[in-house]
Design a protein around this ligand. Structure first.
Ligand code: SF4
Length: 301
C-alpha cells in the first residue's frame, strides 16, 4: 500500500531562465504571458531563438509530472522518473519519519492487520512477529520486511547510548550491537534476509530505539531471502506472542527474586509495582550478572 501522503502534481517551469522554479499547474492567473501570445515580450525568451515558434504559447515553457510529500513542512518536487520516492509507493512508508510524525507511532494497524496487544504493560503489536531472542519482524503484503528489538528488551537496556550495524547488505541474519553505559549486547535476528537498508539515523539519535522500538527505532529493512526459510520461521505473533511475552516477564521476575539473585537492600530491580523489571535494569545489576542476563535474553531460541 502506498503512503497516503505521497502526492503527484503537474508542474511547469521556464527552460529559458537561469533559475529553475517549479509552479504547480492550476496556480496560473488569467492573462499569463507564457501560455499566450504575450510570451514574445518576455526578455528571457527573447534571448534565445526558436526556429518555428508557436504563436500562442512560449516554446520554453516546460510541463512535467512530479511527486512530493504532503507530510513534509516544505514541498520538494521530484520528477516522476526519479526513485527518490520509491519507498513511499509501498508498505515501507510505515517506517518513514515524516509519516510517523503525522500518523503517530507505531503506524496504525492497516486494514486486516491485528491490533496491538499488551503483556504486563509491554506493548505487543498484533501485526509483528516476535522471535525468542526479543527481536521483531514486520513482513508486509508487498514483501518488505523491517526488523527491530522489542519493548521488553528495550526497557532493560534503556536508555540506549550506541547502535552499530554489524550487517548492512547482502543476504544475512541482521545483526546489531546495542550499547547502554559500559555494556554492549549483540542482537541477531534469527532468519536470513536480503538486506536493503538500515536505520542509519539511530547512529546519531540512538535514544529513538528506546523511545519508539516499534516505529522510529526500527533497525533493518529487507526482503525474505529464501522460500525454504521463511522470514517468519520460528516466530510468533498475536495471542501466542502476548502469552510468550507474559511468560518472559514472569521468568525474569522470578530470576530477580530468586534467593541466589536476591537484590541488595535498597536496590530496585523491579518497578515500583513489582510487576515489571526496573527501567534500565542492565545498568542496575553488577556487570557479570547484567551480561549473563542479556546473553540469556538475546540468545534464547
Ligand atoms: S516521505 Fe514519508 S510521509 Fe512523505 S510521502 Fe514518502 S513515505 Fe509518505
Amino acid at each position: 500500500m502506498r503512503c497516503p501522503f505521497l502526492r503527484e502534481a503537474q508542474v511547469k517551469s521556464c527552460q529559458a531562465s537561469p533559475f529553475r522554479k517549479m509552479i504547480v499547474r492550476g496556480d496560473e492567473t488569467d492573462g499569463e504571458r507564457c501560455t499566450s501570445a504575450g510570451w514574445r515580450d518576455c526578455p528571457a525568451a527573447r534571448q534565445l531563438s526558436e526556429e518555428h515558434p508557436s504563436r500562442t504559447r512560449c516554446p520554453f515553457l516546460h510541463e512535467s509530472l512530479v511527486q512530493y510529500c504532503g507530510a513534509a513542512p516544505v514541498a520538494r518536487y521530484v520528477p516522476y522518473s526519479e526513485s527518490a520516492f520509491s519507498l513511499c509507493g509501498g508498505d515501507s512508508h510505515r517506517y518513514c519519519e515524516a509519516y510517523l510524525g503525522v500518523a503517530g507511532s507505531p503506524a496504525p494497524a492497516a486494514a486486516g492487520r491485528a491490533p496491538a496487544g499488551s503483556a504486563w504493560g509491554i506493548p505487543v503489536p498484533g501485526w509483528l512477529w516476535f522471535a525468542p531472542n526479543h527481536t521483531w519482524l514486520d513482513e508486509t503484503e508487498d514483501g518488505t520486511c523491517h526488523v527491530g528489538i522489542d519493548a521488553f528488551l528495550v526497557r532493560i537496556l534503556s536508555p540506549v547510548d550506541r547502535v552499530q550495524f554489524l550487517t548492512t547488505s547482502g543476504i544475512a541474519c541482521p545483526a546489531a550491537l546495542i550499547g547502554c553505559g559500559p555494556l554492549d549486547v549483540t542482537v541477531v535476528f534469527p532468519n536470513p534476509l536480503v538486506l536493503t537498508g538500515v536505520n542509519g539515523g539511530l547512529r546519531a539519535a540512538p535514544g529513538r530505539l528506546a523511545a519508539d522500538p516499534y516505529g522510529l527505532g526500527w533497525l533493518f529493512a529487507g526482503r525474505p531471502a529464501r522460500r525454504e526459510t521463511p522470514a517468519t520461521a520460528g516466530l510468533r505473533r498475536g495471542a501466542a506472542a502476548v502469552e510468550w511475552m507474559e511468560s518472559e516477564v514472569v521468568r525474569l521476575r522470578e530470576t530477580l527474586e530468586a534467593p541466589a539473585g536476591r537484590p541488595a537492600p535498597g536496590e530496585a530491580r523491579l518497578a515500583a509495582d513489582g510487576g515489571l523489571p526496573a527501567e534500565g535494569l542492565a545498568r542496575l545489576l553488577p556487570r557479570p550478572e547484567a551480561l549473563a542476563l542479556l546473553h540469556a535474553l538475546t540468545h534464547a531460541r
